[in-house]
Design a protein. Structure first.
Ligand SMILES: [Zn+2]
Length: 199
């Protein structure tokens, strides 16, 4: 019994880390998993394993892709290397490129923490530095959510780029966007105007 309880607790702790899942939803998911029929459960576990084994990162923008390709469809087709768009997450990239953006993209993976003054995966900063130094970008567009951490990330990256000796233009999205707005929830029209009004 003690063993079962600790296993249940461990699973609960893992599921609580899923985006948008609180204690109550996590308990419901754990209950659901425990009551699955054996064949359904085995399919779930093997699919979960497969998705991890078949996942890698695009070598250009670092979005998640399946392991059998080197780059994502967008980077594979993109011919405009005059500018670079930096975003926080995969979904932000999807939203931005759906609005006729052409140019390179880079996914930072997280925002800078105001308190810790770093990002969750600092190795991504090294890849960003390599990309900026390797390509002679005319412009780098920083497209983060209009939140305290988004603003802090913009400031920190501007400092980093200057440290690398980057001499091109650095721009941010034009703010018709309301304060606190997360990129992923913006509609294509707002994104388009934010991109064309960048400054
Ligand atoms: Zn890519």
């Amino acid at each position: 019994m003690t063993y079962n309880t600790s296993v249940e607790e461990k699973l609960l702790q893992i599921i609580k880390k899923f985006p948008g899942v609180g204690q109550r939803q996590a308990s419901r998911i754990v209950y659901f998993l425990r009551t699955l029929k054996n064949d359904e459960f085995n399919t779930f576990v093997s699919t979960l394993k497969n998705i991890k084994e078949n996942t890698s990162y695009c070598s250009e923008c670092f979005c998640l892709i399946s392991s059998n390709s080197a780059t994502c469809d967008f980077c594979g087709k993109n011919k405009d290397h005059s500018k670079l768009l930096v975003v926080e997450k995969d979904i932000d990239k999807d939203v931005m490129v759906s609005s006729h953006y052409s140019g390179d993209v880079f996914i930072l993976g997280s925002l800078f923490s105001v308190i810790k003054n770093t990002i969750l995966n600092p190795e991504r900063l090294v890849s960003l530095k390599d990309k900026v130094l390797k390509n002679n970008y005319e412009e780098i567009i920083l497209a983060f959510s209009d939140t305290k951490e988004g603003q802090f990330t913009t400031d920190r990256l501007e400092d980093e780029f200057k440290k690398y000796g980057y001499k091109g233009k650095i721009s941010v999205l034009g703010r018709g966007i309301s304060t606190g707005a997360e990129i992923e929830y913006l509609d294509p029209k707002t994104i388009e105007s934010a991109l064309s009004n960048r400054k």
